[in-house]
Design a protein around this ligand. Sequence first.
Ligand code: GDP
Ligand code: IMO
Ligand code: MG
Length: 430
Amino acid sequence: MAAVVLVGTQWGDEGKGKITDLLSQDFDYVVRFQGGNNAGHTVIHDGHTLKLHLIPSGVMYESVTPVIGNGCVIDPKVLLAEIDAVQSEGISCERLTISSNAHLIMPYHRDLDGASERRLGAQEIGTTRRGIGPAYQDKATRLGLRTQDLFDRSIFREKVAAALTEKNDILDKIYGLPTYTVDQLADEYLAYAEILNPYVADTAPLLNDALDAGQWVFFEGAQGTLLDLDHGTYPFVTSSNPTAGGACVGTGVGPARIDRVLGIAKAYITRVGSGPFPTELDTDDADGDTFIRVGHEYGTTTGRRRRPGWYDAPVVRYAVQVNGLTDLAITKLDVLSAFDEIKVCVAYEHLGQTYTSVPGHQSAFHHARPIYETLPGWKTDISACRDFNDLPPAARDYIAYLEELAGVPVSLIAVGPQREQTIIRNWERR
Ligand code: GDP
Ligand code: IMO
Ligand code: MG
């Protein structure tokens, strides 16, 4: 099992950080392949809670080299603050390796993210306003700056000047916002360059050589399948590819090298930001309130209250397909202990048609009416269970039902936020 890709199967915040932290102890490299500091991955280490935004969740282990791949966008200011925060917990970031091809988030990207959201008004996407979309936009239009540009002062100034001719016009003339000078951005970013220099490397050969040498590489996805730019609920998506194919593009490792694709699914669903969500519960719904209260469902990055809903099998079935999932990890099963009865959306109905996966047309998904099955709850604390057979029969039946609906096995089950609060059913350790 040399190369494993982990992806979110829903709308993010499935518990990817916790599962990555647990599994990555056996790996030599843990690689982020897309996204930026829109991600918020929670890892609990020696009783301390770390909220990681850019640094891969394997950073806790001395044997792991954490890598930020070429598919990521990096805000150097945020990254340096995160390195400080992690090191202040006594965890070394010395091995952190950053792709020289990763794109940089510039201050005008943050400004434009906020400004474009304000302009959209009621139609806003609900972005994290971290400048993610505008940075990927510049990557695609070839106006972006990459980490390697930081190490050549004249190239950096030249590229900033080229970008500013357009950005300053947009900032000033469209949004009435302050503009930037080349000196201002060069002063700020070239100071970051000195600190970042030891971390930057050509990471595609590094990872391929590692795989050639029999080492293990773990690809840690951010966001989730339904937030994918191509496969998600466009336009209410992020600007990168959190699906499994993104791991190849975002690192330079070919698809034939991937051995296993693990999808993380929360035992219910949450979403932050706007966009369709068939099983969403109203803000005054008692069950929704229980998900928020018991599951502590507030955004790791923005602190926003997450939108809650019951488990949606068509969404996960869709994620199985577009990611080529080999197995699932179900997280937060312990949160369901609060309910007398548990609902599972097994299909949708729209205009007399039944859908068992995500409908191809956006209108059908927007108006999809969930069809629920109701299962008995177990009403017992399961947070100390470490073996599948320790779970009450109703919880085992629930997992078996999710397996049947998804068509892939559930290999891991998380029953609490701590690393060891996990039932491992089928996972090769080293
Ligand atoms: P990520 O973005 O996918 O890494 O997920 P987040 O860290 O944003 O959100 C998941 C939250 O659930 C975090 O606060 C985790 O500590 C917590 N968590 C993860 N797994 C479990 C679990 O099995 N049970 C409970 N109760 N909490 C969990
Ligand atoms: P993790 O890795 C949940 C959502 C935002 C918004 C949309 C676009 O912690 O699961 P962006 O700032 O990316 O342009 O916002 O995507 N979003 C997330 N939602 N978890 C995340 O990451 C997210 N990253 C972005 O709320 O709806
Ligand atoms: Mg998160």
